[in-house]
Every structure is written in structure tokens, then in C-alpha cells.
Design a protein. Structure first.
Length: 152
């Protein structure tokens, strides 16, 4: 299965989601390929934010080899599941992918564990280190829910 995590910059939230889910999938013996992309393309070619790298590393996950890339409509041909970190990201994906947008492949990431509740992963880009720890916890818990769902 091929899974794509999408946020705005592809430097804070989705690189963590990629690293955490890929790590858990490997441990669970699932043959998954997890990638990530961003809708704004502002940071194309850059590694993840230093605080995302730091918080991942503190939790035993290495994400420093990742490079930011822009989401494209062609991703709908490549991936089985596309998780958006927030509702505004889905709006951007629709604008970018146009007729390639496939509702059946897209889910709000937190719908896997918090259906009907606050469903956007907060964007830590505008705050300090604490926000990155908070976001790690949120993403980590949700990745556990995803693994549980597919290993039942
Ligand atoms: P991310 O956070 O979407 O979680 O990677 C952001 C990073 C950069 C920007 C916005 C959000 N930016 O506008 O540059």
C-alpha cells in the first residue's frame, strides 16, 4: 500500500507523519510505502524543519533525509490513500489536482482517531518548540490508530 501525507509546507507536520507511520508499519511487518508532500511548494528541496527533526530524533525516528516537494494531481495515480493534515489542505489539493482529485482516496488524517472532534493537526510553524512536541504526540497517537485499523 502506498500512503501520502500532505500539509502546507511539507516541512513540519507531514514529514513527522511520514516518518512515524513508516516506522510503525515496518515494525508491524506491513509492506507500506509512506511519503509526504506539501501544497504550497515554498520549501521545495529543503529538509524538514529543525524542530521536527529534533523531536522525531528524541523519539527514535530519523527524518533528516526527507526533502520537501509540492503535491501534484499525479499523486492521485501513485497513492492508494492520501491523508490531509487539515481541512484547508484538502481545499488546496482540490485547487491543485482539479479533475484528478479523487474523494475516495482522501481522508482528514485525524478522522482515523477523532471523528467529529477537532480534526486539524495544529500547525507548529508559527510557534515554539512545545508545539512540535504536541504535534508529535497527536500524530503518533493517530498513526497507532491507522496501524490498528489495518492489522485487525
Ligand atoms: P507545515 O507547516 O504545513 O506543517 O509544513 C508550514 C510550514 C511552512 C509554511 C506554512 C506551514 N510556510 O508558509 O512557509
Amino acid at each position: 500500500m502506498k500512503i501520502l501525507m500532505v500539509c502546507l509546507g511539507n516541512i513540519c507536520r507531514s514529514p513527522l507523519a511520514e516518518g512515524i507511520l513508516q516506522n510503525k508499519a515496518l515494525k508491524a511487518g506491513l509492506n507500506w510505502q509512506v511519503d509526504s508532500a506539501g501544497t504550497n511548494g515554498y520549501h521545495t528541496g529543503e529538509p524538514p524543519h529543525h524542530l521536527s527533526i529534533k523531536v522525531a530524533k528524541l523519539n527514535g525516528i530519523d527524518i533528516c533525509e526527507q526533502r520537501s516537494r509540492k503535491f501534484t494531481g499525479a499523486d492521485f495515480g501513485e497513492y492508494d490513500i492520501i491523508y490531509a493534515m487539515a481541512a484547508d489542505v484538502i481545499d488546496d489539493m482540490k485547487r491543485i489536482a482539479k479533475t484528478d482529485f479523487d474523494t475516495n482516496k482522501v481522508s482528514l488524517f485525524l478522522d482515523e482517531s477523532l471523528p467529529g472532534e477537532e480534526r486539524d493537526v495544529p500547525d507548529p510553524w508559527y510557534g515554539g518548540e512545545e508545539g512540535y512536541h504536541e504535534v508529535f504526540e497527536i500524530i503518533n497517537n493517530n498513526c497507532d490508530s491507522i496501524i490498528k485499523k489495518y492489522t485487525k
